[in-house]
Design a binder for this molecule. Structure first.
Ligand SMILES: N[C@@H](CCC(=O)N[C@@H](CS)C(=O)NCC(=O)O)C(=O)O
Length: 207
């Protein structure tokens, strides 16, 4: 039996397929060549058992033997510790990987998700537009200067940053060629393609 279990919903509507955050975890396992299995909790009726393991009734969460972890970022750092392919062992590079991983969540996704939500719910005015543009413009400046965020090679920080930036509305918001090339480069990786196809197949099977 695989020790690493990535938990996701048994089914979701069409729209989020390919973007449900369990993909971050399966992608990391694919990159690192770690064995994992995917198990599910109900999307419709979220039970006590689910809230015990993810206090907000969301996915993903991860189990690794007796260890149970929620928050995709925390799960990624846990998986990342198992493979140098995801988190470099050299101290400065390791620190920079953690820094950019948190930055993807706390400087970009922290703005991009509420902005996206206002867009898709048809808010008359999206008061977060300037804030998001500023964050994305700064990222564009960073990505103009380098191919990868850390250590001149792919790390878990790229996995997370690209996953945050690949959301279609965000890709379509403004013209940022270095960011677009970065997202294309990271999502062209075979491990992403396997994880993405795996998620689509998982939810299609439940229809
Ligand atoms: N901060 C959480 C966010 C998790 C999250 O937004 N999960 C979505 C799926 S990608 C979800 O479960 N949505 C259903 C809901 O919020 O009820 C993480 O990164 O794990």
């Amino acid at each position: 039996m695989n020790k690493l279990v990535v938990w996701t919903y048994d089914w979701v509507p069409e729209e989020p397929r390919g973007f449900v955050r369990d993909l971050r975890l399966t992608w990391a396992c694919e990159e690192a060549g770690l064995q994992y299995s995917v198990r599910t909790v109900p999307f419709q009726d979220r039970g006590d058992d689910h809230f015990t393991r993810q206090p907000f009734g969301q996915v993903p969460f991860l189990t690794d033997g007796d260890i149970e972890i929620f928050e995709s970022g925390a799960c990624l750092l846990h998986i990342g510790r198992k493979s140098e392919k995801l988190i470099p062992r050299e101290l400065i590079e390791e620190a920079q990987t953690l820094q950019w991983t948190i930055s993807a969540l706390n400087s970009i996704e922290m703005v991009s998700v509420p902005w996206w939500f206002l867009e898709v719910t048809g808010a008359k005015e999206n008061g977060l537009t300037e804030w998001l543009a500023s964050r994305l413009n700064h990222m564009e400046g960073v990505l103009k200067e380098r191919e990868w965020l850390v250590a001149n090679r792919f790390t878990v920080a790229d996995l997370l940053m690209a996953d945050v930036l690949r959301v279609e509305k965000i890709r379509a918001f403004g013209d940022r060629p270095a960011t677009e090339a970065y997202v294309a480069r990271v999502t062209a990786r075979p491990a992403f393609k396997r994880a993405h196809a795996g998620q689509l197949a998982h939810f299609a099977k439940a229809d």
